[in-house]
Design a protein around this ligand. Sequence first.
Ligand SMILES: [Zn+2]
Length: 132
Amino acid sequence: MEKNGNPPPYAWNNGYMQPPTAAPPSYSQAVGGVGPSSPYTPQYPPTAGPQIVTTVVPLGPHATHMICPSCHGEIDSATKKKPGVIAYIAGSLICLLGFFCGCCLIPCCIDSCMDVHHKCPNCGAYLGRYRR
Ligand SMILES: [Zn+2]
């Protein structure tokens, strides 16, 4: 009975066993030191769109000398007084308080309660209103 003196080493032959994989880097190795490069973030310059230059003339209670944005003419705005929101509120308040016989129309006649609407006398464009 023949007996193998040296049994083949079990599973230690090259080719059967995979070489031991490299140990994963420790946390300090992976994170410490130079960190991973930051993801590429494209830097867009602030978008400078076409600048819209508008000459805003503060509209007063009277005719205002300005340049019409519609016909670009140098005009004195035509004003028209209309009762503003305050006039309607005051009028309805007076109605609620019991002042009838036309008293509620008083605020519509008070100058300080009127909105002044500006229009261009040349082209009739609405320029805005002056609100009390
Ligand atoms: Zn105009």
